[in-house]
Write a protein that binds this ligand. Structure first.
Ligand SMILES: Cc1ncc(COP(=O)(O)O)c(C=O)c1O
Length: 389
């Protein structure tokens, strides 16, 4: 039997089977909207939402207004993953070469593979505790390639591209009339978009998601913002009903209750700050993040990973990430935990650090008092009490 050679030769990223009773910090899911979403379920859902096909126009209009573009510039997709699939199919042909700064969200590689498109990888560079993308190397690679894929902020690195750098890269693509896909799945945590500068430019394809800030990963809703002519072409490839009715209603509920969403997210920054503080106190390297996750450097013996596993906390192990140039060796990516999971997370973090040989000599001579957010008292971390190792 004949099977497509590109699909046969492609890598495979399979969704993990997870124990959903674990503390789930491995897939950058939003831990902060449980009450908000419970209210949506209790007040908005009807049987009709399950037995009818949805209307898309109201969501398209409100989303366009959220993105500050006309409605015809927006295409709904079944998660940002489908947006990646559709765009690569529309924009590239077998034999094409596409610049892809890496490490980056690895689903791009799989979709490039199955379309017979060659990724031309340009590596981020580590400078102190930052990851920097060398603009000149990207521009150089672009001159012999058919397009560029950027992820801003980057998953798994967590950081953003500087506005001037992003502008220079998009401008180069526009000038050379080559498509540039900018994945902005974590846009809401950064609040900077290349849409602001390049809205309506036909070479620009912005991908967004409702899985992260809006907390709807299970409903599978993403979208593309681009020129209306491309939206028309993409609609030929996307199935007419690929976005489900409940996702449409939930997205409208999110867009209509943004003040409440903002309030629910206030504790995210505070918790992120607390975790960074603990990391500093224990000598654990944590990288700057413009997202809802942090990248932590484990010891080579995996002591942090072990204590997380022992405490039923799932995190993402980044060592095997493709095209990572060693930047992600012994790195763990962890979503910011909900208040209710913070105590168990911090205790695991501290106990992992204290059991590590490399961190054993860190003494700050101070105690950190953490309010246990579930109201069950305080956790006292006496970093001057001596560390093992
Ligand atoms: C950078 C990036 N792009 C795309 C996706 C896929 O998002 P969705 O759940 O909307 O398919 C993710 C999910 O983690 C991501 O991190």
């Amino acid at each position: 039997m004949k099977v497509d050679a590109h699909i046969l030769g492609s890598g495979l990223w399979q969704a993990p089977e997870r124990d959903l009773s674990s503390v789930l910090l491995d897939l950058n899911e939003n831990q902060f909207l449980q009450q908000f979403l419970a209210r949506f379920i209790a007040t908005q859902l009807q049987p009709q939402d399950l037995f009818t096909y949805p209307n898309y126009q109201p969501l398209l209009e409100e989303l366009a207004s959220y993105c500050k573009v006309p409605t015809q510039h927006v295409l709904l997709t079944n998660g940002a993953d489908q947006a990646i699939d559709l765009l690569l199919r529309l924009l590239f042909s077998p034999g094409d070469r596409v610049v892809i700064p890496s490490p980056v969200f690895s689903f791009y590689y799989q979709m490039l593979d199955i379309n017979g498109v060659t990724p031309v990888v340009v590596g981020y560079e580590k400078q102190a505790q930052d990851f920097v993308l060398p603009t000149a190397a990207v521009l150089d690679a672009l001159s012999t390639c058919q397009g560029l894929i950027l992820c801003n902020p980057n998953n798994p690195l967590g950081g953003r591209l500087e506005a001037e750098q992003l502008q220079a890269l998009v401008e180069a693509c526009v000038k050379q009339d080559k498509p540039v896909i900018v994945d902005e799945c974590y846009f809401e945590y950064l609040q900077q978009s290349c849409q602001d500068t390049f809205s309506g430019v036909s070479q620009l394809f912005v991908i967004r998601s409702f899985s992260k800030y809006f907390g709807l990963a299970g409903l599978r809703l993403g979208y593309v913002v681009t020129h209306p002519e491309s939206v028309r072409e993409l609609l030929k490839v996307r199935g007419p009903w690929d976005i489900n009715h409940i996702a449409v209603k939930a997205a409208l509920y999110c867009l209509r209750n943004q003040d409440e969403l903002r309030q629910a997210h206030e504790s995210l920054d505070q918790i992120k700050g607390e975790i960074l503080e603990i990391c500093r106190a224990h000598g654990i390297v944590a990288y700057g993040s413009d997202t809802n996750f942090l990248l932590l450097q484990d010891q080579s013996d995996g002591c942090l990973a072990r204590t997380f596993a022992q405490n039923n906390i799932r995190v993402s192990h980044c060592s095997g990430y493709p095209h990572s140039f060693g930047l992600l060796d012994d790195m763990l990516r962890v979503a910011i935990p909900a208040k209710s999971d913070l105590k168990v997370f911090l205790m695991a973090l501290i106990s992992g650090a204290q059991s590590a040989a490399g961190w054993g000599n860190v003494k700050t001579g101070r105690s950190i008092m953490l309010t246990a957010q579930d109201g069950s008292g305080v956790l006292q971390d006496r970093t001057d009490s001596g560390c093992k190792g």
